[in-house]
Design a protein around this ligand. Structure first.
Ligand code: PLP
Length: 295
């Protein structure tokens, strides 16, 4: 049976230093209408969000998600969220998740109602989809041109590349195109031939005993899962690095994964129809790590 929980927040100023923000959010009926028709999140996709994985009621890497929410807010000229307020709301939402199993908590900060006084903010919790198949059997991906050069974020910051905005229609269109081409997912590449990210995940490549990922200054999200996995890999004695990766490097990779907060590590078994080696035991060890409680 699916379940849902929702809180609305009255966003506090980032420098509000009170200890207890309990009075600034309240639970609402998750199945009842909650947003005004003038909401700019629904009219223009004008807002930002985060998706946090929850395992056995433990919300994973909350601070890393709050840091990225603040980064997205800065890029979008939204008021910087009060980290303590959001952390307390996340703790309440996590407390409403089932004691065992996987869930997802979403944080949403929108520019608010058109001509309205303030941003709108809410937090939801829901059951996570079953990702066992992707984690264990792997995914086939195709490369798709994102249409921007690698230096687009510096030249055109108004494109908001690198912010996790609510405008995911393009990312969803890329997934549909991947499926039309007979694949499960996509890897975006820049128009000048560099590897970027997937529509909802970061890419990690293994080349011999090194693990590399595209540098986040190329207009991609800095993934919290990739960050956490790189820390773990460094702890296991592996070299890790952020690099500007040419598309040609994909065919030379010894292994590849798409990693994200809810699906976790999905091994890539084919890129544009060419098989990619898959180390099932290493992937299983990644997912065991990613499913363990992480702060
Ligand atoms: N890149 C994009 C475009 C994403 O949408 C996501 C997650 O949704 C990621 C990367 C991975 O981020 P994280 O590991 O924090 O979930």
């Amino acid at each position: 049976m699916t379940w849902r929980f929702a809180l609305v927040l009255d966003p506090a100023a980032s420098d509000d230093s009170r200890d207890d923000f309990g009075g600034t959010f309240r639970a609402i009926d998750p199945s009842a209408p909650a947003l005004s028709v003038g909401e700019l999140s629904t009219q223009r996709g004008d807002g930002i969000f985060e998706s946090i994985g929850v395992v056995d009621r433990h919300a994973q890497e909350v601070q890393a998600h709050l840091d990225r929410l603040a980064h997205s807010a800065r890029l979008c000229d939204l008021p910087v969220p009060n980290a303590r307020q959001w952390a307390q709301a996340v703790a309440v939402a996590a407390g409403h998740c089932p004691p065992t199993g996987e869930a997802v908590i979403k944080l949403i900060l929108s520019r608010g109602v058109e001509h309205g006084p303030a941003p709108t903010a809410w937090v939801t919790a829901a059951e996570a989809p079953d990702n066992t198949r992707a984690r264990e059997q792997g995914i086939r991906v195709v490369t798709l041109d994102r249409g921007y050069a690698i230096d687009a974020p510096a030249k055109a910051p108004w494109l908001l590349l690198g912010a996790k905005t609510l405008s995911y229609a393009v990312n969803m269109a890329a997934l549909r195109e991947a499926r039309r081409r007979g694949a499960d997912d996509a890897i975006f590449v820049s128009s000048d031939g560099f590897v970027l990210e997937a529509p909802t995940a970061s890419l990690i490549l293994r080349v011999a005993d090194r693990f590399i990922t595209p540098a986040p200054n190329g207009g991609i999200l800095h993934g919290t899962t990739q960050l956490s996995l790189f820390e773990e890999l460094a702890g296991r004695g592996f070299d890790t690095a952020y690099e500007t990766i040419p598309v040609g490097a994909l065919t030379r990779a010894d292994a590849a994964w798409l990693v994200s907060s809810v699906r976790l590590a999905a091994p890539v078994i084919a890129i544009d129809g060419a098989p990619v080696p898959h180390d099932a035991e290493l992937t299983a060890s990644f997912n065991r790590y990613l499913l363990s409680p992480r702060d």
